[in-house]
Write a protein that binds this ligand. Structure first.
Ligand SMILES: [Zn+2]
Ligand SMILES: [Zn+2]
Length: 286
């Protein structure tokens, strides 16, 4: 269903209310009520979503739905004016991750959000690439996409750096936020080689001058609930070349590769408290 267009007053009101809720001046339920009374042409559920989207922007967490260019533009403009460039950068990281996640999940390119992001990144010289390249190197099920953010996060200020070292678990719809650092050290530990075959040829990654490989969670993160221990740990992450990685996710006859990785990592998994048979693991790869 197409959302009704919001006029400028409505947009500004959504920002003001969302900002008050974010800053603890207003409870969320009060904010939703005010918006529901004033913006009647919208379904009541969407009022709360705006408030939540705003929080995600401020906390650099990817939001879950296509926000729409008017409200995103309004949020980014106000964040910049009121809170400055660090806050804008957080909001753009949220947007950036959202676009990747969404593409990942749906294969739909959110070009309207991308263009707004690009406008602000260009205008304020923020080092996030919102060009069409954002849709490259995307892997499935939201597992490893954040690896592309490494270079950005290393430049983050203290406030945002906290986000890196203390990742927020649980986000929306039972997906789990991955700790970028864990993936990075897993690749490093593997010597930036493909763990299925050391000789697989890759190329040099721009951001760290090391051979490009991709982190893959051997026991997929979406099964986190079945384990008492954290699955987002180095021992559960293998380093793979793009071809091997994609084969595991999309390829025919991937079982032999999975078996190889299972055998070479079984011990590491157990050291991390992850006990699983090969059959169980295989059943997670449908
Ligand atoms: Zn993977
Ligand atoms: Zn490989």
């Amino acid at each position: 269903m197409k959302r009704k267009k919001l006029n400028t007053n409505h947009l500004q009101m959504i920002y003001n209310i969302s900002d008050d809720v974010y800053n603890g001046k207003l409870r969320r339920v009060e904010g939703v009520n005010i918006l529901s009374e004033n913006i009647k042409e919208h379904k009541s559920g969407s009022h709360g979503m705006y408030i939540d989207d705003y929080k995600y922007l401020r906390d650099a967490i990817p939001y879950g739905r296509n926000m729409g260019k008017d409200i995103l533009d309004c949020f980014l403009r106000n964040i910049t004016n009121e809170y400055g460039l660090d806050a804008l950068r957080n909001a753009l990281i949220s947007t950036y991750k959202h676009i990747i996640n969404y593409y990942n999940k749906t294969q739909i390119k959110q070009n309207s959000d991308r263009k707004i992001g690009k406008y602000y990144a260009d205008k304020y010289n923020i080092d996030l690439d919102f060009s069409e390249r954002i849709f490259e190197n995307i892997y499935d099920d939201n597992e490893e996409v954040y690896i592309n953010l490494i270079n950005i996060n290393s430049n983050l200020s203290d406030a945002s750096g906290k986000y890196l070292t203390k990742p927020k678990k649980i986000i929306t719809s039972s997906r789990y936020e991955r700790n970028i650092k864990t993936s990075v050290s897993a690749l490093k530990a593997a010597g930036y080689r493909c763990e299925l075959n050391n000789n697989h040829v890759t190329f040099i990654r721009k951001t760290n001058n090391q051979p490009y490989t991709e982190p893959h969670h051997l026991v997929p993160m979406k099964y986190q609930k079945q384990f008492k221990v954290d699955l987002d740990v180095e021992n559960n992450i293998v380093s793979l070349c793009s071809t091997c990685h994609n084969k595991l996710h999309y390829g025919k006859n991937f079982e032999k590769d999975l078996k190889t990785l299972y055998e070479s990592h079984k011990h590491l998994l157990e050291m991390a408290g992850i006990y699983i048979t090969f059959q169980e693991l295989l059943s997670m790869y449908d």
